[in-house]
Ligand binder design. Structure first.
Ligand code: TYM
Length: 355
């Protein structure tokens, strides 16, 4: 993406326990990307108010997600780790984006429809505007790449739409102030203030499904704890959940095509591939023709080997409030300086008096 400096941004909500889907779909990618990129990783506490305003302990949840980032290997000195509410420019830009985005765009969001359910009139206005705050999180740093699981794809498309509309609506002011950057969008070269962000989605674990029902995504809000592996589960619990995972009676196929219409089998193979940093093809080359009674213990051993050290580190880091808070404070200061630099120009582009 030519003119913009490459920057990775992503966020995780501090609601409920982190699970294997969050880890394989997002956090593991955060860790991989930090080797060759400038990265900002955010605990999005303001987003967590959209579904539930009053939390038992939002601070503890925020620290726990931060501990998961650090325990997984994110380096908070080389990169930035902070909680969203410390940097008020996210909310400021979200307000401006509320005036850029159209209500129709928000109404089409499948996550809004799912979360609001039948009683849409009674959902919070924040839940409807959620994607606008998400766009602000990303664009207040003019981030170019956003690693997420498959379920966030539609929100990232909306982020691109918001950036594009802002760039178009203010194209004259952006040009006269000389603050535009040339970028390639598809085959076209365009000039704009905000980048058209690229989602980083993919690999065998972009959409991890429930262990109890291969048609439902693994989720923090599933009432059955057996449906997910939490990052804090101990070795016995992980093994038990994998043993109890729903499967079908057939042996594993030798090829990926053979996983069609076998969602539970496909999910377990995807989890294995995600944990082992390999592909479904390679997992099937090894386990094709074997029964789940053989595959499940191998998967359980692998999951324990990869996840138990993270759980241990999470417990150790979570207990050290002073350390976690100092990471967030320091990250917040560095993020805030960058966000303010963007907002100064945004205020200028819009014509808000800010002197
Ligand atoms: P959240 O907190 O629901 O989830 C955090 C990350 O985990 C991914 N994920 C999954 N990946 C694979 N399989 C699953 N079953 C699964 N469940 C969750 C999510 O895709 C996500 O990457 N809206 C975001 C938070 C957010 C954000 C942002 C993300 C706010 N602002 C800016 C990126 C950039 C969310 O609710 O994620």
């Amino acid at each position: 993406m030519s003119g913009f400096q490459e920057l990775v941004f992503s966020g995780v909500q501090p609601t409920g326990n982190l699970h294997l889907g969050n880890y394989l779909g997002a956090i593991k990618k955060f860790v991989a990307l930090q080797d060759s990129n400038d990265c900002i990783y955010c605990v999005v506490d303001l987003h967590s108010l959209t579904a539930q305003l009053v939390h038992d302990d939002l601070a503890a949840q925020t620290r726990s997600i931060t501990a998961a980032f650090l325990a997984s290997g994110i380096d908070p000195r080389k990169h930035i780790v902070f909680n969203q509410s410390r940097v008020m420019q996210h909310a400021e830009l979200a307000w401006i984006f509320n005036c850029v985005a159209r209500i129709g765009w928000m109404n089409r969001m499948t996550q809004f429809k799912d979360k609001a359910g039948k009683d849409r009139e009674n959902a919070s206005l924040g839940l409807l505007a959620y994607p606008s705050l998400m766009a602000a999180d990303i664009l207040v740093y003019r981030a170019t790449h956003v690693p997420v699981g498959e379920d966030q794809k539609q929100h990232l498309e909306l982020t691109r739409d918001i950036a594009q509309k802002f760039n178009n609506d203010f194209s004259d002011r952006i040009a006269s102030l000389g603050v535009g950057v040339e970028m390639k969008v598809g085959d076209e070269t365009v000039n704009g203030f905000f980048p058209i962000t690229e989602p980083v989605i993919g690999g065998p674990a972009a959409r991890i499904m429930s262990l109890r029902d291969g048609s439902k995504k693994m989720s923090k809000s599933d009432p059955s704890d057996l449906s997910r592996i939490n990052l804090t589960d101990d070795a016995d619990t992980i093994s038990k959940k994998i043993k109890k995972a729903k499967t079908d009676p057939d042996a594993l196929p030798g090829e990926v095509d053979g996983l069609k219409d076998r969602p539970e089998a496909e999910n377990l193979v995807g989890i294995y591939a995600g944990l082992a940093d390999t592909t479904k093809e390679k997992v099937l080359a090894e386990y094709g023709g074997r029964q789940f009674s053989e595959f499940k213990p191998a998967l359980a051993d692998l999951a324990v080997e990869k996840l138990a050290p993270i759980a241990g580190e999470m417990r150790r880091i979570s207990a050290d409030h002073a350390y976690v808070d100092s990471v967030l404070r320091d990250g917040g200061e560095r993020a805030g300086a960058r966000a303010e630099a963007t907002m100064k120009t945004v205020r200028e582009i819009i014509g808000l008096l800010d002197n």
